[in-house]
Design a protein. Sequence first.
Length: 364
Amino acid sequence: MLKHRDHFHGSDLEKIEQYYQIKKEEIISFSANVNPLGISGKLKDTLSSHLDVITAYPDREYTKLRKSIGEYCGIDESLIIVGNGSTELISIFIQIKQPKKAMILGPTYSEYEREISLGGGSCFYFPLEESRDFQLDVNKLSKQLEESMDLLVICNPNNPTSSVISRSDMQKILDICKLYDIFVMVDETYVEFAEDYEKITAVPFTNYYNNIIILRGISKFFASPGLRLGYAITGNMDIIKAINTRKNPWTINSLAEAAGQIMFSDSEYIQATRALIHKERTRIYDTLQKIDTIKVYPPSANFILLKITKESVNADDLFEAAIRKKMMIRNCSTFPFLNNQFIRFCFMKPEDNDRLLQCLMELL
């Protein structure tokens, strides 16, 4: 039986292969939250014709790439910084801001706390309440914000809860943080999967607020974690200058630069992804709601969180049953405020989703 310390991340397929003696190529990862369509068709068809770019250094300013991102996000390219994955940009931003006291909305991704702690800062969590389906209580949050804080960290939509903060609520948060001189870091890794994308993304606020930075990448929506391409958007020109000064040159290779320009313009792929995720999200949520041995929380991203209420079953049991059938889900007990009764899985192709649902229902 899997032990608590052996819980696996979605990228740990090599460890899974060794532990369970299952070839990683045969595992369907419902844990990694990656687009089930795979890479952009346009990218697949045309990237090989750009291979010659590796014979030269990339543009130090990544002008064409930032322009492509700007057109995709509907924002001026001057507000965009690119990096070797959003992880690099989060790290550099934290190093520059050096927050002494940071608040994180949780449960959420552990990398935020790690980076802040490495810089000598202290973190504490504002809990998203299970009784509210992990939806943020903005009024309660506003009462916790005060002058001693340097940074507020928000993942929107949030991982692992798949809950979301509307743009109107985000504006309230920005206004309050502005009063107390608190910078807001918003991780929008999963926002492109959301049905009401235009009502959620905080990108337009970068035109009016200088206390916000938004982080995104191509690992999840564009199914390209191996390219290591991320970007940040902020209207704070001092932050942009500081990040570009601190960041090593050419951290994005020429092939990733070319790939980014191609994938951001693949409107057919983007629309197909959103249509598939919307259909499967609705179908799976409706199906799970009919099972009386679990509590399922309304999802906004491309994954769903559920709580097991059946006393004889826990997250380890479901993980074990799924991986034995070459499907990997996420035990969420390593997230703050969650325990061994919570699991998360992302939406894959319909036939794969059906296999997982059947597997889970056999135990539930």
